[in-house]
Design a protein around this ligand. Structure first.
Ligand SMILES: Nc1nc2c(c(=O)[nH]1)N[C@H]1C(S)=C(S)[C@@H](COP(=O)(O)O)O[C@H]1N2
Ligand SMILES: [Mo]
Length: 314
């Protein structure tokens, strides 16, 4: 079973209020430099019971928490895998607002707590497959995007969902780099029916804790059947449209990165094979190379693409 049913997560373990209170408690109490798990008032049973060492429900070992938090892509903070963990703390995430607008009945700018109110959190243990041919298995805490879309009620004319990351160059040193060819803010998009798929989530936490900044705090997209670049971090705007929205990697290199970006072992990147991946942690002596699966193993999404040529719509 890929999805941990909400009924399996006891309400006492994770609720948005608990997660956010713990963050608030931490921000109010400790200095920003002392972000340690022990400072967070998470229910102790949560970590004791899971520990995040055992195999997960998909039968693959979870990536150690430390690796998932220090090996990142978040170009706003630099292009090295270690840059986000080193510099993302410079991003202010409290207060945080998300504007949801476009083709919806109720346009609204939500404070993060308002956005989460009335939404139950679930734990989802998903494979994350980067287009660079490495992968991880990460336990997220979040909720289906559909639950947020239901709050604003998309109009019948809405066909796509466009997402936008915070762009605040004073706090994002990667965006100040002369070598950056990205046209900020980082933008991504999904077809509305993809966004409404129950596997597509907005995550606010991982490994039983709130998201660290380098992983996209306070709220990010996670679309497990697509290459990692679709899973846009630190979202400030969600817009419903009737046209396919521009996406950052496609703008940069359209022949290499498509709008769909479904994980597909039979369609190679122009510069490398996508048939296999390095499952992290890996090393020179133990590359831990495994076969890549269609839709990253989430074949239940196949009906979304019935009749589409996935070689052409990569
Ligand atoms: N705003 C923003 N979101 C982003 C990126 C980025 O550079 N900026 N990188 C993407 C890529 S390429 C990947 S593989 C995943 C990595 O997520 P992780 O660091 O939490 O593992 O984030 C995605 N989301
Ligand atoms: Mo990626």
């Amino acid at each position: 079973m890929l999805i941990k049913k909400p009924s399996d997560v006891r309400p006492s373990e994770i609720t948005p209020r608990e997660v956010y209170q713990s963050r608030r408690q931490f921000i109010a109490g400790a200095g920003a430099a002392l972000a340690s798990a022990s400072a967070l008032a998470l229910p102790s049973a949560w970590l004791d019971e899971r520990g995040y060492r055992a195999d997960d429900p998909i039968g693959e070992a979870m990536t150690p928490e430390a690796d998932a938090k220090r090996y990142n892509n978040f170009y706003e903070f630099g292009t090295d895998k270690s840059d986000p963990a080193a510099y993302a703390h410079e991003m202010t995430i409290d207060p945080w607002a998300v504007k949801v607008d476009g083709l919806v009945k109720n346009e609204k700018t939500f404070g993060i707590e308002d956005l989460l109110s009335g939404i139950d959190m679930e734990e989802r243990i998903y494979r994350l497959r980067c287009v660079e041919a490495w992968s991880m298995v990460i336990p997220w805490i979040g909720f289906p995007i559909k639950k947020l879309l239901d709050k604003v009620e998309p109009l019948g004319s809405a066909k796509y969902v466009a997402f936008e990351t915070l762009f605040r160059s004073s706090e994002m040193r990667g965006t100040r780099s002369l070598f950056s060819s990205i046209d900020w803010p980082y933008v991504e998009g999904l077809r509305l029916d993809e966004a409404n798929h129950p596997l597509a989530i907005l995550a606010i936490g991982m490994y039983g804790d709130v998201l660290p900044n380098q992983n996209g705090a306070p709220i990010r997209l996670v679309v497990p059947w697509k290459y990692g670049f679709k899973s846009i971090k630190s979202i400030v705007r969600i817009r419903l449209t009737d046209k396919e929205p521009p996406t950052t990697w496609n703008l940069l290199q359209p022949s290499e990165y498509g709008f769909y970006a479904n994980v597909n072992p039979t369609v190679d990147h122009p510069r490398w094979s996508q048939a296999s991946e390095r499952r992290l942690p890996s090393s020179l002596f133990d590359p831990n190379r495994i076969a890549t699966r269609m839709f990253n193993g989430y074949e239940e999404v196949a009906p979304l693409y019935a009749g589409m040529n996935l070689r052409r719509r990569y």
